[in-house]
Design a protein around this ligand. Sequence first.
Ligand code: CP
Ligand code: NVA
Length: 303
Amino acid sequence: MKRDFTAITDFSAEEIHAIFALARELKAKTKRREEHHLLKGKTLGMIFQKPSNRTRVSFEVGMFQLGGHALYLGPSEIGLGKRESTADVARVLSRYVDGIMARVFGHQFILDLAAYSSVPVINGLSDRLHPCQIMGDMLTIIEHKGKAENWTIAYLGDGNNITNSWINLARFIPMHLKIGVPEGYEPDAKLLSEARAAGTSEIELLHDPVAAAKNADVLYTDVWASMGQEDEAEARKKVFRSFAINRQLLRHAHPDCIVMHCLPAHRGDEISDDVIDSLQSVVFDEAENRLHIQKAIMVKLME
Ligand code: CP
Ligand code: NVA
């Protein structure tokens, strides 16, 4: 049976740890320029309803390094649900490619692609979730802090696809997840209650940015207006201002705290230049690790 990666919850804790291990092995091989053509002759179709730098480039380069090929299918080409039904797109692509990666607006597009394709479907971001990002982020934490478990991870900003994916990961990896968001911008309530019920992690929802940042080992933020919310950007700046990660806020975190951002960053809004460019920032390691983690995910699903 084919497997998909629509959400972190599609994998077990054991599989998540195996993916981190494989990503580290593939990263080492890539650095040594050692050939690792585990997906030789295989093809990935990449559907994009939204723009991208990291996701597009890391999947395409990743497939090349694995001996395969990736095709970019932009917003004007496939027309998911417009030119053709999502189900028919899935059925047709399944006859050509060995895997589908999709970046979409509504999460239902991902679920429909997964339901109707006979090849694995990978979520490259939906309005609801960004699982590849958070897997790469945890790989970055392991590299910088030596292990995955039991860190205090503070997320500040909008309760969005990034927040929801952190909540999902907290079901499998023990952490103290502190989510600091303005009132009205909370993450998905159902995912939150499911993660709390799993009992693996302590998850706090706070409306005070200083309380959220206090003693954090990892301080994480994301844009205040996600792709598709551009019209709200100016209004959101006012609501989110006190949740910005700057030198002042960083003082409340643990002295060894690392700072993370999935990028693209709006410098001067959710994060200041002196923080994102500081020695505590690991944002470009995160960006690099998208490549290594996604190669491991593709090998797991498509080998
Ligand atoms: N972090 C991330 O997904 O970046 P892109 O939007 O550039 O792909
Ligand atoms: N929350 C952001 C993440 C970008 C990688 C967005 O959806 O635009």
